[in-house]
Design a protein around this ligand. Sequence first.
Ligand code: ATP
Ligand code: MG
Length: 429
Amino acid sequence: MKVLVIGGGGREHALVWKLRASARVDEVWCAPGNGGVAADGECVAADAGDVAGLLALAEKLGPDLTVVGPELPLVNGVVDAFEKRGWLIVGPTKEAAQLEGSKVFTKEFLVRHGIPSAAMYGAFDTAEAAYRVLDSVKWPVVIKADGLCAGKGVLVATESAEARAFISRAMEKNEFGPGGKRLMFEEGLSGDELSFILLTDGERYAPLVPTRDHKRVFDDNKGPNTGGMGAYSSDELLPDVLRETITKTIIEPTLRGLKTDGIRYQGFLYVGLMLTKNGPKVLEFNCRLGDPETQAILARLDFDLADVLDDVARRRLQPEKLKWKPGASACVVLASGGYPGKFENGKEIRGLDEAAKLADVKVLHAGTKRDGDKIVTHGGRVLGVTATGDSLDSALRKAYEAAGQIHFDGMHYRRDIGRHGRQSSATGD
Ligand SMILES: Nc1ncnc2c1ncn2[C@@H]1O[C@H](COP(=O)(O)OP(=O)(O)OP(=O)(O)O)[C@@H](O)[C@H]1O
Ligand SMILES: [Mg+2]
């Protein structure tokens, strides 16, 4: 098989790494890929959001299977375009990708099918209406831009001034682009967050191993939100009773609801949950794998990824094929100085070879570029140092040991990835 992966971050590097390991695969392209992907596959220039460009690329390369990493091509209809030509591709159609592409669509879907989520105050297309609703909400209120905003479209507001500033940025200053022209207001929930990611062919589904990510830039969940500073996976994150509750109250009603609505959903579905004292509630859906959760998940993979994804595209998924390494995994993100604010690119990265020599470690690239013989930084999140182990402690130890080998100017990373997981298993809750 020849496989094309669309995207160029750490998630896509992890996909390329595992697809390349398949006995059935002899070529993997990544469009556009990055400086590290080139070691595991072939990078080809592309704009991942441009469906016409991706069609032309696939026409030229002739992949047997295409796997889509990010949400933008999905929301823009890349799957519809490929399927129309009879080409095998993994990912939801434009209609199904609305589960990520529109928060209002999603809320209506959840309400229609009785799936627990935060109560909605309303959705508004004008700033006046949005300001007005603030008079009647309970605090904290959560404000969500309806459309895609590259992870910047949500605010948990504790008071009015903060909420008003966000409304103004979205609706008056147009800072979020078209995705921010409509705002939805919902109840603030509290509890632990958990990501539940599954793979489905539209009929059957298989859950992936549970993961938790770390969104804030600094230790102890301090500082601004980022795309994700690390993630870990261990089976203890999802005890059987909780898994059963989530399956019965959220996963199965969601898949049933899609069918009832006549929406065929194929590909990865990421369900973001808040574990509230009244049970798990849906925070959001993403129509793709998470980044950096994918790095932690795929590190534990113990099956032929290309084979299973080919089954998904052919609508014949066999859930029992998905097997996982026991134990745990961890991914520590090494970020550029200043990230998630302003940062400089082009810093030489040293120590990659030393880190790669360590057992059970894989350094996945996100924001990197080749510059002659060197690899230099080219983005905010630069590397995802990923390791597996018999326990979460051992996976973390290996990931941090490898991270310690790597250096670039301004590099910073969190030292407490997985700490929550270790504490909760230590106290037995
Ligand atoms: N109703 C809520 N109550 C409390 N916190 C919330 C609520 N909704 C969202 N959040 C917080 O805001 C974060 C982002 O929200 P959401 O996942 O809907 O946005 P997003 O921009 O689609 O995120 P992502 O970039 O992960 O796709 C959540 O991970 C959660 O921490
Ligand atoms: Mg989202």
